[in-house]
Design a protein around this ligand. Structure first.
Ligand code: HEC
Length: 233
């Protein structure tokens, strides 16, 4: 209307057509841009997304039965279960040195002492604040328990206690078991005896090519048979 007031009709028509052309080309340009394919649509599997390529429509393929990831072949039952022939074993899968015991002590104080206390009497801080009290490691039953039992409890949990297999790697679980055994031995000991035991532990490498000699006082204390699994890695 405004156009017709100042211009002849033909000029107005031409202007209107030009505007139309501009709008149409702008819109189709936009459409063209958004239709760009490039590498957006690759023939690839997106993890755990539906996929029509396989009959079960899953992009993530199940592992072939019997597949074992590198480093996860658990072919040593003693090392991984704490058992030999279905029985909790009273031997370690590898030789425990003083360093292993030291590491066991450190791990025990981190992961176990909050409940079991650093002494192992089951009066940890969490227990003092109301959690169920675990048995003392100095109960006759646990004094007699094979070391494999402690490994088993850490690996699978026990009653109200959760397992620690995620937090504590296999070798450290054995080191903790060794440290608990050492705690059990030191508990009723007189200071003179402890000196001897410590001395024996220090002698380990020279005396016996890495075998646990600190188990000596164990025998005196009737926790017999704590021997080393020879095929240990
Ligand atoms: C959060 C508390 C808590 C922590 C941490 C904990 N425990 Fe326990 N533990 C318990 C309780 C509670 C029981 C008693 C469970 C029951 O009898 O129901 C128990 C029981 C045990 C027993 C005795 C099993 C038996 O034969 O009666 C052993 C051994 C043991 N724990 C070892 C460990 C070790 C080793 C660690 C560290 C890796 C650990 N626990 C960490 C709470 C804990």
């Amino acid at each position: 209307m405004a156009c017709a007031l100042i211009n002849p009709k033909a000029v107005c028509k031409m202007k209107a057509r030009r505007t139309l052309v501009v709008i149409v080309s702008a819109v189709s340009l936009l459409l063209l841009i958004s239709c760009r394919e490039d590498m957006h649509n690759q023939p690839k599997f997106i993890p755990l997304r539906e996929n029509t390529f396989y009959p079960d429509e899953r992009s993530a393929r199940p592992t072939i039965p019997g597949t074992i990831a590198r480093g996860q072949l658990q072919d040593d039952p003693l090392l991984y279960t704490g058992k030999l022939n279905g029985q909790e074993a009273d031997q370690f899968p590898f030789a425990m040195t003083e360093n292993d015991l030291e590491r066991g002590r450190e791990r025990f104080n981190i992961f176990c002492s909050p409940c079991h206390s650093q002494l192992g009497d089951g009066n940890g801080m969490i227990v003092q604040r109301g959690l169920k009290k675990p048995p003392s490691y100095f109960e006759p039953r646990l004094l007699k328990a094979p070391v494999g039992h402690f490994f088993y409890v850490m690996t699978n949990g026990w009653g109200a206690m959760a397992d620690y297999s995620d937090q504590v790697p296999v070798a450290d679980r054995w080191r903790i078991a060794a440290y608990i055994r050492a705690l059990q031995l030191s508990h009723p000991a007189k200071s003179g005896e402890l000196q001897t035991a410590h001395h024996a532990a220090n002698q380990v490498p020279e005396q016996s090519s890495g075998e646990v000699k600190s188990a000596e006082p164990v025998r005196e204390r009737k926790v017999e048979g704590t021997v080393i699994h020879k095929e240990a890695k």
